[in-house]
Structure formats: C-alpha cells, structure tokens
Design a protein around this ligand. Structure first.
Ligand SMILES: *Cc1c(COP(=O)(O)O)cnc(C)c1O
Length: 391
C-alpha cells in the first residue's frame, strides 16, 4: 500500500491555510464583548483592504448563495426589470433567485464554456432603459470561463442599473477594481480564495446601491443588509456570528495582506496558465478556451472516457479530490482548481497524477510531458525572482 495524503483540488472548498485553522481554537468567545468587537472590526477592515474598496463591506453567516440572495432581496422591488448574464450553473442560480423574488429578468444566455459579451449587455440595456440591475459571475466556476466584468462595469455604471457581481471565485483570481470600475455589489465566499472553511459570505455595497435600498420593497429578515451595516458600524453582527470562522478569516486575511492581493491573483493566474499548458501538452482540450478564468481549469475528458472515471481515479489512487462537471457537463469535463492556498508543488502533483491516470485508462501520454509544461511556466515566472532557475 501507499500512503495517500488527501489533497483538496476543488474550486471550493479549497485547501485551508493552517494558521487560520489554529486560530479557530480560540472560539470560546462571546460575540457581545469588547474582545469580539475588536476582532470583528479588524476582520472587516482587513476584508475591505483586501477587496480594495472604499465601499461598505459586510460579512454574512451563510455560504455564498446567501449573499447572492440578499443582493436581490435588499436592493430590488417586485417586478423590477433586470438582466441576468447566464453562462453556466451559477448564472442559472441568478436566474432562479430573480424568479424566486418576482424580478422581471431578461436572461442573456451563453453556451456552457462561452461567456456573455459586454456588447450584448449594452444592447439589452439600450433595448430596456428602465433596467434596474445587471447580474453576472466574474468567474463562472461551473465552466471555468471568466466574464469581462471591467467592460460590463463601464457600460452598466453609465445607467441607473446596479451592477451585481458574483465574484465568489473571482476575488483572488482576477483583478477587480471595485471602485475604479464601478461595481455596485461584489460578492465573495469564505471557502474559495480566502482559504478557510465554508460558512461565511461577503459583500461590498456601493452608495448607489444603498440609495436604492431605501425604496426597495422585497421582503427580507435574516439578511437585512441595512441592519447589518448599522451593527457592523459598532463592531457587531446582527445575529450570532460564526465566531470560529471570523477568527479563521481574520488570520487568513492577515496572510493575504502580507502576500498582497495582487500577488494572490498573480499566483492563481500563473497556476492557471501552467494547468492549461500542461493539459494541452497532454493532448487534452480546454472547455473554455476563449475566455479561461484563473480560479479553475475545465478540461474535456478524452473521447470514450467518462470524466467521472478520472475524478474517481484521482480519489482512489491518490486521495486527490478534483471536481466533475455539473449538470449536463457531468461526465464530460473535469475541473482542476488553483485558487487561494495552492502552489506550484500542488500543480506538479496533480498533473503527474493525471498523466498516470490517463495512461491507465487507455489514453497513453508520455510521462512527464504535462509536468514539464508546468515546470516551464514556473521557470519563466521565476526569472528575476530569487528562486530563479534554469531548465
Ligand atoms: C461557490 C460559488 C457560489 C456559492 O456557492 P455556495 O455553495 O452557496 O457557497 C456562487 N457562485 C460561484 C461562481 C461559486 O463558485
């Protein structure tokens, strides 16, 4: 037998930052005390710094979807006309939330693996000037594609519509200039590039969005963002917070600040490039070659090989957990994540595992060919750094 360490290589949950886990041991803390208020204020202030915005930033006790739902229920009114950019399972979630709250949504649909072009958003806004909001994913984790939210922001910010960005896997994997580009609501989640377990969601909220909240009439109670903002102002959360995760988040944010958010993004981008070059060197096709994001790389399984077999092989042979496709993409693609606490050594491992698995399943590849492609990306990126190597 071999020892098989578990490696979590999915786009949420992601590998955990060990000092953040250790910080969770201080959880015997009451949330209506000065000790907690100090922690909460520091965490909110770090989060704001890492997100790089002057807008208000709030933390919610929920997975990312709770923050998505709250962005509909707090800033819109029944029957509001909105545009939903839908390029995958998470875009479809925006559509479902809009429907649940009685918003009048125009869905701009892209095929899985493609994205909605900004021009289409422009055309839809021109066709319906009364549009109150535009919803999109910065990074569509189900397909691995990334939207051009910068161009979209420049279009939407010229209108009365709020630009609502699910950046749950966008934060920490792509540049997102919230204030400079004019993104009204930007949503994040703890189990993605923030390197801690699931259970917290974040939002940044612009002045334009707060002004809208005053007249918005959709019902909400637990996710009352105006109330949450007021309480955050005095260092508290509206309801009992997930204290252990706040401790973890505070520690992870200290680390992200020390690395630099731009470096965290660059790390994800480099690993994404290494992954793409490796799988292409092995003769596999990318699922979203036109607009690949850096949170996760979706790869088409070879003909006649179910991607579920590859996922299972990763788990059985190496205890490595990678993601299958979702919905109709299940069995067709597999997804390798590289957001948050991932490094080159993780990628060397996952690509060499992939080579073994392909060989064992009737798709012969030369050992080391994919790994060499990653090593080349490492060597090129290290030029000028102290760890520069020649290969
Ligand atoms: C993970 C993720 C979500 C949120 O999912 P939860 O399970 O609610 O945390 C939403 N959008 C995207 C793009 C995601 O990757």
């Amino acid at each position: 037998m071999h020892i098989r360490k578990q490696r979590l290589l999915t786009p949420g949950p992601t590998p955990l930052y060990p000092p953040a886990l250790q910080a969770m041991m201080a959880s015997d803390l009451h949330h209506r005390t000065e000790d907690f208020r100090k922690l909460y204020r520091s965490t909110l202030s770090s989060l704001k710094e890492v997100m790089g915005t002057e807008n208000d930033v709030l933390i919610l006790v929920s997975s990312g979807t709770g923050a998505m739902e709250s962005s509909a229920s707090n800033f819109f009114s029944k029957g509001d006309k909105v545009i939903v950019c839908s390029a995958g399972k998470f875009g479809e979630r925006w559509g479902e939330i809009a429907k649940a709250y009685g918003l009048n949504a125009t869905i701009l649909k892209a095929e899985y693996g493609q994205v909605v072009p900004p021009e289409q958003v422009q055309a839809a806004l021109d066709a319906e000037p009364a549009t109150r909001g535009v919803f999109v994913q910065a990074s569509e984790t189900s397909t691995g594609a990334a939207h051009d939210v910068r161009s979209m922001a420049s279009i939407v910010s010229k209108t009365d519509a709020l630009f609502v960005v699910d950046a749950i896997t966008g934060l920490g994997t792509m540049p997102l200039d919230i204030d400079g580009w004019g993104m009204d609501i930007v949503i994040g989640g703890s189990q993605k590039a923030f390197m801690i377990p699931p259970g917290l969601a974040f939002l940044s909220i612009s002045k334009k969005a707060w002004a809208r909240a005053e007249s918005a009439d959709l019902p909400h109670y637990y996710f009352d963002l105006t109330k949450e903002k007021k309480n955050a102002g005095s260092g508290e959360s509206s309801w009992t917070p997930n204290t252990s995760l706040i401790l973890a988040l505070n520690a992870a944010l200290e680390y992200i600040k020390s690395v630099g958010m731009d470096k965290l993004v660059e790390n994800a981008q480099l690993l994404a490039r290494g992954t793409r070059e490796a799988v292409m060197a092995l003769g596999l096709d990318l699922f979203a070659p036109g607009s690949p994001g850096s949170s996760v790389t979706s790869v088409r399984a070879p003909k006649n090989l179910d991607s579920g077999v590859i996922v299972k092989e990763f788990r059985n042979r190496f205890n490595s957990i990678i993601a299958n496709g979702q919905g109709s993409m299940k069995g067709k693609i597999f997804r390798i994540a590289h957001l948050g606490y991932f490094d080159f050594a993780d990628l060397f491992a996952v690509i060499s595992e992939l080579e073994i698995i392909l060989n064992a399943n009737g798709f012969p590849v030369e050992f080391g060919k994919g790994v060499a492609a990653v090593q080349k990306v490492y060597a090129e990126s290290a030029v000028g750094n102290q760890e520069a190597v020649k290969v």
